[in-house]
Structures are given as structure tokens and as C-alpha cells.
Design a protein around this ligand. Structure first.
Ligand code: GDP
Ligand code: ZN
Length: 306
């Protein structure tokens, strides 16, 4: 809506509105300010009412957007200044396909956000499934992504997740049912109460029902909670640019014969050679082709519970 809850440096929360119209970074969005933004505001008092008026938004480290599916294609800023995006992955109940992981990672690269893969429900897997998890973790580690096998339920390796979160702003993504709420609850049991309290306040006020929030956790970490979002919105990426967001392709690009090589039909392509030599995973290459062919309309719809 047009009201924002801002936490001042002294820890006090203020209900703020915007001063006039804002346009930042040259992007035209339905919301000029998003959760995670750092703003400057002045306090105005009218009668017994105190409100804040936001007059400046600090430059963002990064931000994630969503384009509305309808014709207007308006941009909505989901969140800003995210340090780490965790993707929860499960083999079954629900199944997370490598294509989904790859789209998430490409988007994180494009947004310039550090991505970490959490293979959750490790307590439920049989021997074969553990082998598969090991394979996936080794694959993504070899590309440079941190991977942790965890159990939100038995708390296995949850300390490792907290260690990464310290001093940072984190976001948790993943299909519905992968264990996001369970993990957040394990990380900070007191948070459930806090969320309930805040949504009650919002219901009583004249605020809209969908809002994204940032929470301060007890161990100097912050999380951004954006209701209904299981992944990132896809940014529009040019075909020429896409390979740059697959780090293992990008490393080889300089060895391709053509410097604008798309790694498809071109002769003397270092990426195709690496693929033939099994130095690049076929699943990664398939995801690359899929994204390039623009099969993302389905993905986009699947990605949001609107
Ligand atoms: P969300 O939709 O991503 O928030 O998923 P939830 O946190 O609601 O979890 C979905 C279901 O998976 C719940 O029944 C959880 O109890 C269960 N679950 C979550 N994490 C684990 C885990 O590590 N191990 C097991 N066995 N179950 C889990
Ligand atoms: Zn190439």
C-alpha cells in the first residue's frame, strides 16, 4: 500500500508515507519503496498523530522484482538489499527439479545475490536418495555454490545455516512444502509469535493484507519474509548474456572461437567441448537451453501463489 513501517536507528517503529512521487534507478514500479530499503524520513506531528515522511531512499545493493503476468507488465519490487538467498531443495514431497534450481541460481546471479542451496529433510532419505543428494551437492559445489544438507526437523546443520546468516539479510525460497516455515521456526522459535502479533496489528489497522516484512533475529541476523513467493521472478535476460550467469560456462567463454558464442551450434565452442568431456553437467546445459527458449511463462505462473 502507501504506508510503510520503518524501523528507526533507535529501534522505534514509525508508520511512514512517501513525500510526493518517487522514481528510483530509472525503474518504474508499482511500489517505489520495498522491504529491505534504507530510507531517510522526517517525523511530522498533527494533533496527536505522529507519522514519518520518507524523503530519500538510499541506493540499493540489489533488488528483486516481479513483472505482473497481465498485459500492463508493471514492475513490482519484491525486496531490496538482500545478502543471501537460500533455496530449500527436497527430492520428494515436493520434488525440486534441477531446472528449478538452475533458474533460481541464474536469477540470483543476474540480481547479484549470493545463493546457498539447502537440501532439507535429510532425515527422511534412503540410501539411494542420499546418493542423489550427494551428487547434486557435489555438482553445485563444483560450480561454486555453497550446499548444506539439513533437517529443519532434527535441526541437523541448522547451526551452519545460522552461521551464514549472521550479520546479513537473508531470504528463504523453495517450493511450497520444502520446509521454509519449519526451518525459520527452528532458527528462531520466538518469531512465530512475533509474526502473529504483527499480522494482528495489521488486521486492526487500515493496512492491506499482503505485505512483505523484515525481522530482526536474536543472533544479529535479519530475514525478509515475502508472502506467497516461492522463488524469484525471472529477470529478462538477453540470450547473449545468459551464459554469463552459468559460472562454469562463463569461465570457458574466453576459449570459445567466437567471443559472442551462444554455445549452441557454433564451431570450436569450449562449453560444448566441456559438455562432451562431462566437465559440464547435461542438466545444467538443458536448463540453459530451456531458459534461452523462453519456456518461462509456465515457470512464472508456478512460481507465485497470487
Ligand atoms: P513450507 O511450505 O516451505 O513453509 O513448508 P513447511 O515448513 O510447512 O513444511 C512442510 C512439511 O514438511 C511439514 O509437515 C513439516 O513438518 C515437514 N518438514 C519440514 N522440514 C522437515 C525436515 O527437515 N524433516 C522432516 N521429516 N519433515 C520436515
Ligand atoms: Zn561457446
Amino acid at each position: 500500500g502507501s504506508w510503510y513501517t520503518v524501523k528507526a536507528q533507535n529501534g522505534v517503529f514509525y508508520e511512514c508515507r512517501l513525500k510526493g512521487r518517487f522514481r528510483i534507478d530509472g525503474i518504474k514500479s508499482t511500489n517505489p519503496v520495498a522491504v529491505g530499503d534504507v530510507v531517510n524520513f522526517n517525523v511530522e506531528t498533527k494533533g496527536d498523530e505522529t507519522v514519518g515522511v520518507i524523503d530519500r531512499i538510499e541506493e540499493r545493493e540489489n533488488y528483486i522484482i516481479r513483472k505482473s503476468v497481465n498485459l500492463s507488465k508493471q514492475t513490482h519490487i519484491i525486496a531490496a538489499n538482500i545478502d543471501v538467498a537460500f533455496l530449500l531443495v527436497t527430492l520428494n514431497n515436493p520434488t525440486t527439479f534441477p531446472a528449478f534450481i538452475d533458474r533460481f541460481l541464474v536469477t540470483a546471479e543476474a540480481y547479484d545475490i549470493k545463493a546457498v542451496l539447502l537440501f532439507n529433510k535429510i532425515d527422511t532419505y534412503n540410501q539411494d536418495e542420499l546418493v542423489e543428494i550427494k551428487y547434486l551437492a557435489a555438482l553445485y559445489r563444483s560450480i561454486g555454490y555453497e550446499c548444506i544438507g539439513i533437517s529443519a526437523k532434527t535441526e541437523k546443520n541448522v547451526e551452519k545455516v545460522k552461521e551464514i546468516m549472521k550479520g546479513k539479510v537473508s531470504m528463504f525460497s523453495g517450493h511450497s512444502g520444502v520446509g521454509k516455515s519449519t526451518l525459520v521456526n527452528t532458527i528462531e522459535p520466538a518469531l512465530d509469535l512475533k509474526i502473529a502479533e504483527i499480522s494482528l496489528q495489521h488486521q486492526q489497522g487500515q493496512h492491506t493484507t499482503t505485505f512483505a516484512e523484515m525481522f530482526d533475529l536474536s543472533f544479529n541476523a535479519r530475514i525478509i519474509d515475502t508472502p506467497g513467493i516461492r522463488g524469484f521472478g525471472l529477470v529478462e535476460i538477453d540470450n547473449e548474456e545468459l551464459g554469463d550467469y552459468f559460472p562454469e560456462f562463463f569461465k570457458l567463454k574466453e576459449y570459445c572461437k567466437f567471443n559472442n558464442c551462444l554455445h549452441i551450434e557454433e564451431p570450436k565452442c569450449a562449453v560444448k567441448e566441456a559438455l562432451e568431456n562431462e566437465e559440464i553437467a547435461w542438466s545444467r546445459y538443458r536448463s540453459y537451453l530451456q531458459i534461452m527458449e523462453g519456456e518461462d511463462e509456465h515457470y512464472r505462473k508456478d512460481n507465485y501463489q497470487e
